[in-house]
Design a protein around this ligand. Structure first.
Ligand code: PLP
Length: 422
């Protein structure tokens, strides 16, 4: 089942209406499940998003009618599978506005994309004494691979600090960037704080010093419009499963010139043109970076997820989720004993908070008993927790199918937590 928004509602400049959201909700079969006998209220979208019918149908269709390996066979099914797989790549290219489809490499997800760049670009271009700049609000995926690169090369990891609002301290950027900076790796949106970072400005400053920039778009790709050419970034990574697509598939965008100059990340089938014992010649882009049988169904499912996002419109999603965030923030900040972590001016739909009376895990469990799925923990951003002096937070993260009524239910759940623990 797919949704058709009428002409009037396709206007890109305003948020989704209540009726449109109701219709979109029908696309998500999982929203009919009843955890603990209650209607599901899913506020764990930053961890993974739910999947609409069109994604489930695309995967089902692939396995039922198209299943074959790609790029290798000359038979009917193999040609169909190859064309569906490569068509998904083109959808990603257009979605991110990449110049060329060969600049889109399918990966397992954001984590693998970052590891690919740090191992391939990093090992080739980073030497002892060079510097890599990340920020204080990075997910562990955008910290540990760079630490590993530093350990292997003798490079130095520099960290751009944040303020109490959870914003990057950009005044420090100029001091932290130097001619020794080889890579700047920054998240577009923080998964722990919701902050939207001014990445265009950071990219420009990094380029002035000759560094390349990787953008972690795990938390932005399904919430904000992205245009890699306008941003001017060198690499951008994201995960299908956070974009209404399947798990196990992700995207690395890289400028062709850079990808071309990089050594392969893994060796195996499909990434070669010819193999002899004395010499192997590598395949062209993007196949050089896609060793072995790829996640074909995943790529096709991701292509369907992108069609879904396009059918709603990224600007409208952004506007609607901003409304949800403002609504939720206004309610939660007025509940005594609730403290929001991450109060940046520019924020996406992530609301992290702690309560004076209860541990985040207890809050999560009580909300779960009411059918409300939130995340409690350090959100793979331990430096952020340390900065704010909390071991963990409770996080509600929004998607285009969430509603104000659901936020009211969250607020009622929080009042129940207070009743129990105070
Ligand atoms: N970066 C950010 C900002 C994230 O929020 C996440 C996941 O939560 C990741 C990276 C890692 O994504 P994945 O586990 O899909 O590779």
């Amino acid at each position: 089942m797919t949704i058709t928004l009428d002409r009037e509602t396709i206007k890109q400049d305003r948020a989704l209406t209540t009726e449109e959201v109701e219709r979109l909700r029908n696309e998500f079969p999982i929203l009919r499940t009843r955890p603990n006998g209650k209607p599901l209220i899913y506020f764990d979208n930053a961890a993974t998003s739910q999947k609409p019918y069109r994604v489930l149908c695309a995967i089902d269709k692939y396995y039922k009618n198209q299943n074959a390996n790609v790029h290798r066979g000359v038979h009917f099914l193999s040609e169909i599978a190859t064309s569906a797989y490569e068509c998904a790549r083109k959808k990603v290219q257009r979605f991110l506005n990449a110049n060329l489809s060969c600049e889109i490499v399918f990966t397992r997800g954001t984590t693998e994309g970052i590891n690919l760049v740090s191992n391939s670009y990093g090992r080739k271009n980073v030497k002892a004494g060079d510097e890599i700049l990340i920020s204080y609000m990075e997910h562990h995926s955008n910290i540990v691979p760079w630490q590993m690169l530093c350990e292997n090369t003798g490079a130095v990891l520099k960290v751009l600090p944040i303020n109490r609002e959870g914003e990057l301290i950009l005044d420090d950027l100029e001091n932290l960037l130097s001619p020794r900076t080889k890579i700047v790796a920054i998240t577009h949106v923080s998964n722990a704080l919701g902050t939207i970072n001014p990445i265009k400005r950071i990219i420009r400053a990094a380029h002035e010093r000759g560094a390349v920039v990787l953008i972690d778009a795990a938390q932005s790709a399904s919430h904000l419009p992205i245009d890699v050419q306008d941003l001017g970034c060198d690499f951008l990574v994201c995960s299908g499963h956070k974009m209404y697509g399947p798990t196990g598939i992700g995207v690395l965008y890289g400028r062709a010139e850079l990808l071309d100059s990089m050594p392969p990340y893994q060796g195996g089938g499909d990434m070669i043109l010819s193999v002899r014992f004395d010499k192997t010649t590598y395949n062209t882009l993007p196949h050089k970076f896609e060793a072995g049988t790829p996640h074909i169904a995943g790529a096709i499912g991701l292509g369907a997820a992108i069609e879904f996002l396009n059918s709603v419109g990224m600007k409208r999603i952004e506007a609607y989720e901003r409304q949800l965030l403002d609504y939720a923030t206004n309610i939660l900040k007025n509940i005594d004993g609730v403290h929001i972590i991450g109060t940046a001016r520019e924020k996406a739909g992530v609301l992290s908070f702690y309560m004076d009376c209860a541990h985040p895990h207890d809050i999560g469990q009580i909300l779960d008993s009411l059918g409300i799925a939130v995340r409690a923990g350090h959100h793979c951003a331990q430096p952020v927790m340390e900065f704010f002096g909390v071991p963990a937070t409770t996080r509600a993260s929004f998607a285009l199918f969430n509603t104000r009524d659901e936020i009211d239910a969250l607020a009622a759940g929080i009042l129940k937590v207070k009743e129990i623990f105070e």
